[in-house]
Write a protein that binds this ligand. Structure first.
Ligand SMILES: Nc1ncnc2c1ncn2[C@@H]1O[C@H](COP(=O)(O)OP(=O)(O)O)[C@@H](O)[C@H]1O
Ligand SMILES: O=C(CO)[C@@H](O)[C@H](O)COP(=O)(O)O
Length: 468
């Protein structure tokens, strides 16, 4: 029997088809999304239909959707999308985040209420922004969904079909408490000014019903879906002591945990996972696209950029990149810009620049891993995934910057795999998801740590923020 998993992430939709019992890969496809931090959700739907073409879903008995977290999909009374979805990396609601934090009594109050301190990424801040800046649109909104909620609902027919979500994705809204397993309608109301309908939070292995969407085959089971990071943890079979570092559009570091976290510093967001546990997570806005931007600037492709980076010595001859090219979320600097520091005539070379870009991006993630350990998350091994983990230079430099060996599972679509594993779970109806072999085929990258790289980075960051 076959199952399918969909990853509708920032830059594109990926779909994998696997055997339900063993997880053996059968076929895969992808379709790109348009660029931008606000997107009409119909583009995600069209990409999903595109990736599902060519008989991709033939023989598939269950399908699950994982998607980029936090995006605000605002629907009117008829279920129509009111305005393009504001995505997780859209920073226009930074002021709303500051206001909401102050109104509830500060970061500690938010961390206690929902496990996370709102920053512009969280859905609750986008609702406040909408209420304040687009009152006519806000007046039409009756219901708010997340990207994966909306796609799952469309798969099950849309219209009158029940909209569902899961603990994992709900935990990124800012109006759901993962520790209590309950919505906080008071916080949603305080943000938006009135109540809105939200999707029911289904159990991790629940079925949302059969596929009832025009243009798709009749598949008996649509699993409830989840956020992309929760799905990656499920796809990897991450267990206690595993810290996953994902280098996609976002850079994330996260771990599956038995207990919730409540970090009032705001660095660690206390999310839930897709199995009934928790997923403390740190997210940066600047990961794979820092490498893309560096390669574009040097006029080379990604392979050549990586080759150049490995030509330069660790530390890039004193060149340090603070990679806040899209502003930053962790640390919370939505209006920041990047900095290239320490330029000399000797290091103003393509290899040193490429090296500084790779190191700067990884320093942001090294800080993320430190923030997790500060919350008591154990680190037995670091797993490196996401688009930029395909870069040989990133894989080689990661252990130097992170200061520990890095396990790189075989390149794959772990978010889509997690969605497929959830679909297999919904089909099986067992208490735990089916065993799929996890990260058996992984390569370990080791290198001597180069602490000076992070020390220089911390100095440059302190120069920007005034904090060490
Ligand atoms: N070999 C590579 N070297 C560096 N970056 C890569 C490589 N292959 C893919 N990427 C980058 O990975 C990113 C896409 O990663 P992905 O994890 O799919 O992102 P998302 O899930 O956010 O859509 C793109 O920015 C792409 O340029
Ligand atoms: O906002 C977060 C996590 O809190 C991001 O990780 C998004 O979920 C987008 O993920 P990618 O597109 O980078 O996979």
């Amino acid at each position: 029997m076959l199952v399918a998993g969909v990853d509708s992430s920032t830059q594109g939709t990926k779909i994998v088809v696997r055997r339900a019992d063993t997880g053996e890969p059968v076929r895969a496809a992808q379709a790109p999304h348009p660029d931008g931090t606000e997107i009409d959700p119909r583009h995600w739907w069209e990409a999903l239909l595109g990736a599902c073409g060519d008989g991709m879903l033939e023989g598939v008995a269950a399908i699950g959707v994982a998607a980029q977290q936090h995006g605000m999909v605002a629907l009117d009374a008829d279920g129509a999308v009111v305005r393009p979805a504001l995505l997780w990396n859209d920073t226009r609601s930074a002021g709303a985040a500051r206001d909401l934090v102050a109104e509830l009594g500060g970061p500690q109050a938010w961390a206690r209420a929902v496990g996370s301190v709102p920053v512009a990424s969280l859905t609750v801040t986008k609702l406040r922004w909408l209420a304040e800046h687009e009152p006519a649109n806000a007046a039409r909104v009756e219901r708010v969904l997340l990207p994966h909620d909306w796609l799952t609902w469309r798969l099950t027919g849309g219209g009158g079909a029940e909209a569902l979500t899961d603990r994992g994705d709900a935990s990124g809204t800012g109006y759901y408490s993962p520790a209590d397993g309950a919505y906080r309608p008071d916080l949603l109301r305080a943000a938006f000014g009135r109540d809105l309908a939200v999707p029911r939070v289904a159990a991790p292995s629940e079925s949302a019903g059969p596929v009832r969407a025009a243009g798709l085959p009749a598949i008996g089971t649509v699993s409830v879906g989840t956020g992309d990071n929760m799905a990656a943890a499920l796809g990897l079979g991450a267990g206690p002591g595993d810290v996953v570092v994902s280098l996609g559009t976002s850079g994330t570091a996260f771990a599956v945990a038995e207990e919730p976290t409540f970090d009032a510093s705001g660095l660690v967001t206390g999310f839930a996972d897709a199995t009934g546990r928790f997923l403390p997570l740190v997210c940066t806005l600047n990961a794979a696209r820092v490498i893309d931007a560096g390669a574009r600037m040097l006029g080379v492709d990604l392979a050549e950029f990586g080759r150049l980076a490995l030509e330069a010595p660790p530390g890039a001859g004193g060149l340090t990149l603070l990679p806040y090219l899209d502003g930053e979320r962790t640390p919370n600097l939505p209006d920041a810009a990047g900095r290239l520091d320490g330029l000399t005539r000797a290091n103003l070379t393509p290899p040193a620049i490429a090296r500084a870009f790779v190191e700067g991006m990884l320093c942001g993630l090294a800080d993320a891993v430190d923030a997790l350990t500060a919350q008591g998350v154990p680190v037995r091994r670091v797993l490196l995934i996401g688009g930029a983990a395909r870069s040989a230079a990133v894989r080689a430099v990661a252990p130097q910057v992170l200061g520990r060996p890095v396990v790189v599972p075989e390149p794959g679509e772990y978010v889509a795999d997690g969605a497929a594993r959830q679909a297999a779970w919904a089909l099986a109806g067992t208490p735990e998801p089916p065993e799929w072999g996890g990260t058996a085929a992984a390569e370990v990258y080791e290198a001597d740590p180069v602490p000076g790289v992070r020390e220089r980075y911390a100095e440059v960051r302190a120069g920007l923020t005034g904090a060490a």
